[in-house]
Design a protein around this ligand. Structure first.
Ligand SMILES: Nc1ncnc2c1ncn2[C@@H]1O[C@H](COP(=O)(O)OP(=O)(O)OP(=O)(O)O)[C@@H](O)[C@H]1O
Length: 366
């Protein structure tokens, strides 16, 4: 059993509407989510994240394709029979019930013995650190506390998979950061597979074991946060996550998965190719702003590219330099970490040279 994926989505589509109004909210998507994984579906509003979650939960049925849970096809299994539970954005708690009653509600519906419910509720109260508020009505606790109760209620029946649909979006920034750590802890302590939906890239990168980036009903890339950030394969993924520079160019040669790309204005750049991709014409190269540096003024001749500094933005931890390269049109952004009491080295209007870290540039598939 241990080797089976927790959830397997096989060529699943979900079409809403008919005829000319037919719309694929999920479009021929496949992905395997491992046991005990913190897996995140990340994408902009309307890309199909919630629909995919609802398909796993059984609130929607796929138009085509299969969904397997622990290797078992669950097409015919109604939502309440699936070993899956959902935490909604709205929490959906019962305001007239106490914290403890809310947590025990699911177990009661399943007809579990009273002693078992009591023991389990006590365990859950401890897990989410809400023991002191067990007798309070949920209408009389804070947003963050309600979030904890919603989590405890969903975890109480010991689901194999917990689905979380933007569960932190109603919380303010500080509480959200605290709950992110709390969720990671809960996942590690329970060993339950978490499938977490968010449109917040920072949240996805900091919390997940793996992230699936979705756009227009499709999963474009699945990987660890580092893979998704450092090695995006698609323009959408590169653009959606973090800041990126795009440079158009032509492949001159390819060797061992590295292409030499002539970008014209930024010279020849060695850029890694996505696995199994060997282009020979026009390509786009991506380079993260923190993987480029401003050259010392006396070393300008040795730089990868040159340009004019258009704008300098101080962010406290780092400074962003917005440059227009020497063709007068191509924008390029660099980010440098600030040092204590460092004086500004460059000013708007300066001619600057830019060097690039080795192994940082990548060719995109599209
Ligand atoms: N029941 C439905 N009938 C028709 N269209 C739907 C239905 N449910 C969702 N859609 C459409 O499917 C697309 C995907 O919706 P979904 O809620 O899955 O997106 P999402 O990525 O979760 O977005 P958000 O972050 O805004 O919740 C949207 O264009 C939405 O309007």
């Amino acid at each position: 059993m241990a080797d089976l994926n927790a959830v397997e989505i096989r060529n699943v589509s979900k079409i809403f509407g008919f005829g000319e109004f037919a719309f694929a909210a999920v479009n021929d998507t496949s992905v395997a989510i491992r046991q005990n994984e913190f897996f995140t579906l990340l994408g902009p509003s309307g890309c199909g994240k919630t629909t995919l979650l609802r398909l796993i939960a059984g609130f929607e049925f796929p138009t085509s394709g299969e969904i397997l849970l622990n290797g078992e096809n669950i097409a015919a299994m109604p939502p309440f029979k699936r070993p899956v539970n959902t935490v909604f954005q709205s929490y959906a708690l019962f305001p007239h019930m106490t914290v403890a009653e809310n947590i025990g509600f699911g177990l009661q519906m399943l007809g579990r013995p009273k002693a078992e419910i009591q023991a389990r509720v006590a365990e859950m109260l401890k897990l989410v650190r809400m023991e002191e508020l067990r007798g309070r009505r949920t209408s009389q606790i804070s947003g963050g506390q309600q979030q904890r109760v919603a989590l405890a209620r969903a975890l109480a029946p010991q689901p194999k998979v917990l689905l979380l649909d933007e569960p932190l979006s109603a919380l303010d920034y500080k509480l959200r950061k605290d709950m992110q750590i709390e969720l990671k802890r809960l996942q590690a302590e329970t060993g339950i597979t978490f499938i977490f939906v968010t449109h917040d890239q920072e949240e996805a990168l900091t919390m997940s074991d793996r992230v699936a980036v979705m756009s227009a009903g499709r999963i474009l890339q699945v990987g660890s946060p580092r893979e998704i950030y450092d090695a995006p394969t698609d323009r959408f993924v590169a653009d959606f996550i973090g800041e990126t520079n795009f440079l158009k160019g032509r492949v001159v040669s390819t060797e061992n998965g590295i292409a030499e790309v002539d970008t014209g204005v930024a010279g020849h750049i060695a850029a890694a190719l996505p696995t199994g991709f060997s282009p020979d014409g026009e390509v786009t190269v991506v380079l993260r702003p923190e993987h480029a540096m401003l050259c010392p003024p006396d070393a300008m001749g040795e730089c990868q590219m040159t340009g004019t500094l258009e704008n300098v933005v101080y962010f406290g931890t780092d400074t962003h330099y917005h440059v227009v390269l020497s063709d007068g049109v191509t924008p390029f952004t660099l980010r440098e970490q600030n040092k204590p009491m460092q004086a500004a080295r460059f000013a708007q209007g300066d001619r600057v040279g830019i060097s690039v870290e080795a192994n940082a540039a990548r060719v995109l598939r599209n």
